[in-house]
Design a protein around this ligand. Sequence first.
Ligand SMILES: C[S@@+](CC[C@H](N)C(=O)[O-])C[C@H]1O[C@@H](n2cnc3c(N)ncnc32)[C@H](O)[C@@H]1O
Length: 255
Amino acid sequence: MDYIEINKQAWNKRTLVHFDSKFYDVAGFLEGKTSLNPIELAQVGNVQGKSLLHLQCHFGLDSLSWSRLGAKVTGVDLSSDAIDKARWLADKLVIDANFIESDLYHFGAINKQQFDLVFSSYGALCWLPDLNGWAQIISDALNEGGELHLVEFHGITDLLSGYAYFAKDQPDVEQEGTYTENCVGEKSTTVCWSHSLSEVINALLCAGLTLVEVNEYPYSPYNCFEGLEFVEGEGYQLLYKGQQVPLVYAIKARK
Ligand SMILES: C[S@@+](CC[C@H](N)C(=O)[O-])C[C@H]1O[C@@H](n2cnc3c(N)ncnc32)[C@H](O)[C@@H]1O
């Protein structure tokens, strides 16, 4: 199964829907709004003058938000349509950022550059079959003392939606729509893998990175799972038997 080609087609289709969605609010972004959330803004801190590699950057809103804060950004994504849109946004806003269309593993195999920061967020890891390979790519792409900032949806949300929490030999192959409010039901085939929090952490440790912080959050900035309720000033929460479910985790690791 050519999972890369299957997922590329799905993400090309999704990108065009996402670009026009309220969820991504491109109009607001063009007027100057950041797409970054308090979790990653607080964790990453000052990026002024730092080189930042954004893995799985989608159509570049977060990448360009980091650029606006002074980072020198390189974004990598599998979807050709996403990279076209990211380049279009960078041109329109006259932001100097570099966008590369590539499968993450292919990028890792040929990348020679090293960065101060690697960033990846919200819905990235489920598209990757091999986390040891992913972590090694990050380690190779960081300067000594450089930092990974990963902010990701908690795998418990997969479990509550009927998917595996722990890694399985075979991926989930599904017909899926997308998560933005303007999705009209058109579906694409997607190929995804579950990764537990311990699998993510162990992959980073195996690649020689030092964990600086691991945090779990009971709020998601995005309303993208069933049953979420909005809590003013916090975000979206999910209650299970009256208790808050961890929805997001964030890892800071150093080389
Ligand atoms: C949910 S999005 C990332 C979310 C991002 N925080 C956002 O909303 O802007 C996942 C991204 O991973 C990309 N992707 C999936 N598989 C990939 C791969 N093998 N290599 C590189 N990018 C990949 C997709 O094209 C998509 O843009």
